[in-house]
Design a protein. Structure first.
Length: 153
């Protein structure tokens, strides 16, 4: 599983550029769930670029690297993450490589490697996920400082 920071660093510059015109809004309070036998904090985000008609559904799960007394300490861009977006770019460029890196699973694509759209098979983010990542980390830090800390007991 990759960290958000690794996935952001891998993201092509044109995608980073387009993310500047994208809005990301965390729409639900973060939830702690048990996924694949491990507890994680799940953020549900709604994203849309100014040029886009529709909102896309983004999910970002942060996995703790440090737990003390049942509390997820220091959530950051360095937290390992599992991500998903419902946009076409994600489907054609990102999903397979992210799933292969353990940071997503096949949901929207046909499960074939992106031979033409991402021939080097680099796990990176779409503009929505790129924009949402720091927003989600900010929410996680805010929750941690307001005593709504993620209780992992
Ligand atoms: Zn997207």
């Amino acid at each position: 599983m990759k960290t958000l920071e690794q996935l952001m660093k891998n993201t092509p510059t044109d995608v980073v550029e387009r993310s500047r015109q994208t809005n990301a809004e965390v729409i639900k309070p973060p939830q702690i769930v048990n996924k694949r036998g491990v507890k994680t904090v799940v953020f549900v985000v709604r994203c849309k670029a100014v040029t886009e008609k529709y909102f896309y559904d983004v999910i970002i799960e942060l996995y703790p690297t440090e737990i003390s007394k049942g509390v997820f300490l220091r959530p950051s861009l360095k937290s390992p993450a599992w991500v998903q977006c419902s946009c076409p770019f994600y489907l054609f460029n990102c999903e397979w490589t992210l799933a292969k890196a353990g940071s997503s699973e096949i949901k929207y694509s046909n499960g074939q490697p992106p031979r033409t759209t991402n021939p080097d098979q680099i796990p990176y983010l779409c503009k929505h996920l790129y924009k949402a990542s720091p927003a989600v980390v900010k929410e996680a830090i805010k929750a941690g400082t307001k005593d709504e800390r993620f209780d992992f007991v």
